[in-house]
Design a protein around this ligand. Sequence first.
Ligand SMILES: Nc1nc2c(ncn2[C@@H]2O[C@H](COP(=O)(O)OP(=O)(O)O)[C@@H](O)[C@H]2O)c(=O)[nH]1
Ligand SMILES: [Mg+2]
Length: 217
Amino acid sequence: MIDVDVVLPCLDEAEALRGVLRALPAGCRALVVDNGSTDGTPDVARGLGATVVHEPRRGYGAAVHTGLERARTELVAVLDADGSLDPGALPELVRAVAEDRADLAVGRRVPVARGTRPWHAGAANAVLAAVLRRRGLPVHDIAPIRVGRRADLLALGVTDRGFGYPLELLVRAADARWRVHEVDVAYRPRAGGRSKVSGSLRGTLRAARDMAAVVRA
Ligand SMILES: Nc1nc2c(ncn2[C@@H]2O[C@H](COP(=O)(O)OP(=O)(O)O)[C@@H](O)[C@H]2O)c(=O)[nH]1
Ligand SMILES: [Mg+2]
């Protein structure tokens, strides 16, 4: 596989990050974007050879955006750092873009264990995916793992800096008539630490607020 910088947005992921970094396929260069973790995430990352970037502005989108700016490879991947998604899916996604079969390659989470996804997260996801399909994107998830060309991703001009970021990215990709290729990716409960989004009512409400702003825009 060609070399690809893998942006890993992290907020207190020391427990899960180890396994994720160890499972990165050859050619993947980890770029951990930390948002003020207090559990030693940056030390764990550096100890396993990852580059660590600090982003003072809180938020998933802020971390991902800074990671894209700091990445150096032509193709860039973005992956959750909680161990819920297998990094082994990356080569297939990278190939789709590298061989110009897609402008954006994304994963579709397929739960492989009971109780992986709370019902409210599954329901919200189904609704959002249906909205995206009506806009012409053949997707069933909101791109929890994705690969694209760095310059093109930045040129899309995604403005959300919170949990609305992945949805806004897909809406803009649809408007720009990007070819989006979706691949099934095994989805498990996070490997440690705590959920910032779908695992709590607070996180779900925040994500719903951010995403509703994207859909209204
Ligand atoms: N840097 C940064 N990362 C975040 C933030 N919120 C969530 N993340 C990361 O985004 C990824 C997905 O979040 P997660 O808590 O697993 O969401 P869930 O899968 O819906 O429960 C994980 O790698 C988190 O560490 C944030 O505010 N800043
Ligand atoms: Mg998660």
